[in-house]
Design a protein around this ligand. Structure first.
Ligand code: KIV
Ligand code: NA
Length: 278
């Protein structure tokens, strides 16, 4: 299996084939996502929340993104990987944006980058595209602007905001973005944006009308995700409970001296002692 390409992703929209995207942040999460058949892996700066324990994505650095992206690329060698540019590693001019985006491809082994913003960053998007760096846009609720937005709230409810988001989406498409994430916008607005564009939209909390969907790994698996009760998330497993119970059982076994047993120990049988164990 070969990784998808941006050409194939655009064709998927034309043929109405939904695009599945999931975040991953390290070797095992990427490997499992690839084995499960995900179309696109996003190394999201949400790693600040779900992996590093920050309460926003703002403290995440470019070095953090490079480090996690590299690990993901080792785990998912046949999957298209998009990696986020974190807070304030763009918007400082094309040269900085290009330099930072290049690190995500060269050191982070991503195939494309994602950045938050609309018409205001169209110049930087087109600079990347001209340099051969595919760009995914991200509009609606943009977590790097959480303090300016005044919290994590549904965007585009007012007519004026909705029009701005449609303009932003069109500006990103015109700048050469190959796809756009729509985060926490109303379903009718997401539908309107999706049908106004030829590039695919990927929704999160944006309803049924997008060309694809994305979720955060730790949300989907209920794996110690710091957020509770997100309406737009469907949890497909409860890994948090599974892992906590498993570790608890191990602790009890050690305390009760019921682990290890003889079968886990090495005696004096020569053939076992000569074996390469791992
Ligand atoms: O960082 C992230 O996980 C994201 C998705 C929610 C789109 O940007
Ligand atoms: Na992100």
């Amino acid at each position: 299996k070969q990784p998808l390409t941006i050409t194939k992703l655009k064709k998927m929209k034309q043929s109405c084939e939904p695009i599945s995207m999931l975040t991953a942040y390290d070797y095992p999460s990427a490997k499992l996502a690839e084995e499960a058949g995900i179309d696109v892996i996003l190394v999201g700066d949400s790693l600040g929340n779900v992996v590093l324990g920050y309460d926003t994505t703002i403290p995440v650095t470019l070095d953090d993104m490079v480090y996690h992206s590299r690990a993901v690329a080792r785990g998912a060698v046949n999957t298209f990987i998009v990696t986020d540019l974190p807070f304030m590693t763009y918007r400082l001019g094309n040269e900085t944006t290009l330099r930072n985006a290049a690190r995500l491809l060269q050191e982070g082994r991503a195939h494309a980058i994602k950045l938050e913003g609309g018409a205001d960053i169209a110049g930087e998007v087109s600079a990347c595209v001209r340099a051969g760096i595919p760009v995914m846009g991200h509009i609606g609720l943009t977590p790097q602007s959480v303090h300016q937005l005044g919290g994590y709230k549904v965007q585009g409810k007012l007519e004026r905001e909705a029009e701005q988001l449609i303009d932003d989406a069109k500006a990103l498409e015109a700048a050469g973005a190959f796809s756009i994430v729509l985060e926490l916008v109303t379903e009718p607005l997401a539908e309107a944006i999706s049908s106004a564009l030829t590039i695919p939209t990927i929704g999160i909390g944006a309803g049924r009308g997008c060309d694809g969907q994305v979720l955060v790994y730790h949300d989907l698996l209920q794996y110690a995700s710091p957020y509770r009760e997100k309406r737009f998330v469907k949890t497909y497993a409860d890994l948090g409970t599974t892992v906590r119970n498993a570790i608890g059982a191990y602790v009890s076994d050690v305390k009760a001296r019921s682990f290890p047993q003889q079968e886990h120990a090495f005696g004096v049988e020569q053939e076992v002692l000569q074996q390469q164990l791992y």
